[in-house]
Write a protein that binds this ligand. Structure first.
Ligand code: GDG
Length: 459
């Protein structure tokens, strides 16, 4: 069997797993099963970048970690990845900054990283590259003479052509996707947007068999919605420590229902709009005041990017305003926690909540939506209220699907969720849980890797 080599910008912390993002959670689950190499940035910023990665073996996984220089970090990571591609791919043209120097830094770091990985690779390996930081990675690997199959998975949305063409040098960037043997997206919409770009902007062709031709090259593209480790997540709440925490939480709620939101503190997650919808619900339904508490967990993220400081301030102001308006001496409507929790603690919080409110303005998939469902008690499950703009809405259609920009609609859905009879809650939950069990993270990994290996298997 081929060895799996995963490449991603950040590699999950080797010991502490406190606040891994969605990609790291999924990749770790995928690698734990088969073992292999996980290569990426160590998270360290040093005076000069490494020329050889540090290698650490933990169980079945070999971690190969490269350091970045300050210049690399500013141009490749904070600059092009987080201030250009992230906002643009999430349809936030208003927040998209473009700087040619950062684009060059992005290409340079991709080449630098490929040069460090190449000596560790063998021709039987399967290389799986993840996410928008590393779009040009396969092209850089082929310049190093690597010829094994290389696949790419985009965790975030692929924007429509009209948005993508606002990116200077968009052709130069998208052309590099064609150096992969397989390109995977989260949803049909993303694949359609990619095909549309190929045909209308690159003058290319889309074949019936998943092949895509443009820029004088051919690749294959498909949809591979990411899953979670459903059974593992469902079993997490059973530890005594989490049970104690749940008891404390229950005591503090004094019989009130809880609505929960869990998100990295990011402007794509619709946090301000969500709190405003909660406020709207309290305004429209005065009887709900004092009977429900909203808990928003929002660990800080990308703090050095100015737009993230802005969203943090806006969220604090909104939570403060709503609490000031509605709080009583014995009830506060919003509990806002700006810190990370352990996965176990998080699953206990999700399980204790009558409503999971997951309302991103745009999201590749959104694993929290899936984790919320997996964490529920099947006899008395909570209700998921889910944005139509999360990739997860394509699969979790038994959730209450909402438009996160429509504050009144979200407020109505919240009220419906809080008053939904148990039979309906059970029905919706069972339908979603079935899908989450079959389309779990192992299925995602296996489907992607067998598609990537298909040519070699057929030879
Ligand atoms: C990207 C895409 C796509 C959150 N707070 C804590 C914590 N988390 C965990 C959640 C979940 C993960 O982080 C977040 O995943 P999401 O999918 O919700 O969002 P992104 O980080 O934006 O992920 C996204 C994903 O990649 C995978 O393809 O779904 O669309 O944007 O697992 O539980 N974990 C811990 N403490 C926290 O406080 N331990």
């Amino acid at each position: 069997m081929s060895r799996l080599v995963v490449v991603s910008n950040r590699v999950a912390p080797i010991k502490a797993k406190a606040s891994a993002g969605g990609l790291a959670v999924a990749v770790l689950a995928a690698l734990r099963e088969s073992g292999g190499i996980w290569f990426g940035w160590s998270g360290e910023v040093t005076h000069t970048a490494t020329t050889e990665p540090h290698v650490v073996k933990v169980g079945k996984i070999t971690y190969a970690l490269a350091d970045l220089s300050t210049e690399d970090y500013n141009e490749y990571y904070n600059g092009y990845a987080n201030r250009t591609l992230w906002p643009l791919f999430h349809y936030r043209l208003d927040l998209t900054a473009f700087d040619r120097r950062c684009f060059e830094g992005y290409l340079r770091v991709n080449s630098q990283l490929a040069r460090q990985l190449a000596p560790l690779l063998g021709e039987d390996d399967l290389v799986w590259v993840h996410d928008y930081h590393l779009i040009p990675f396969a092209e850089a690997l082929s310049r190093e003479g690597c010829r094994m199959p290389v696949g790419f998975f985009l965790h975030i949305p692929f924007p429509t052509s009209e948005v993508l063409v606002a990116l200077p040098s968009h052709q130069e960037l998208i052309r590099t996707l064609f150096a992969y043997d397989l390109v995977g997206f989260q949803t049909d919409n993303d694949l359609i947007a990619f095909h549309d770009y190929v045909v209308r902007e690159a003058g290319g062709k889309v074949g019936d068999d998943g092949t895509v031709h443009a820029f004088g090259r051919t690749t294959r593209a498909g949809v591979f919605p990411i899953g979670i480790d459903t059974d593992e997540f469902a079993a997490l709440p059973l530890t005594p420590e989490v049970q104690r925490q749940t008891e404390r939480l229950k005591a503090s709620l004094q019989g009130r229902h809880m609505v929960i939101g869990v998100d990295r503190l990011d402007y794509t997650k619709g946090l301000v709009e969500r709190l405003q919808a909660f406020e709207q619900m309290l305004e429209t339904y005065p009887a709900m005041r004092g009977t429900v508490t909203m808990l928003q967990v929002a660990p800080p993220s990308r703090g050095e990017v100015p737009e993230y400081a802005d969203i943090r301030r806006a969220l604090e102001a909104t939570a403060g305003h709503i609490n000031g308006r509605f709080a009583e001496f014995d009830w506060v409507p919003i509990r806002y926690l700006n810190k990370p929790f352990s996965r176990r603690a998080l699953s206990g919080l999700l399980r204790s909540s009558r409503v999971g409110l997951v309302t991103p303005l745009r999201d590749g998939m959104n694993l929290v939506a899936k984790e919320y469902v997996a964490a529920q008690d099947g006899d008395d499950p909570g209700v998921l209220v889910l944005s139509q703009f999360a990739g997860a809405a394509h699969q979790l259609d038994a959730a209450l699907i909402v438009n996160p920009y429509d504050m009144n609609a979200v407020a109505e859905a919240l009220h419906l969720a809080l008053t939904m009879p148990v039979e309906e809650r059970r029905e919706r939950w069972s339908a979603m849980m079935e899908g989450l069990r079959s389309d779990n993270v192992a299925a995602w990994r296996n489907r992607f890797l067998s598609a990537l290996d298909a040519d070699r298997a057929a030879a």
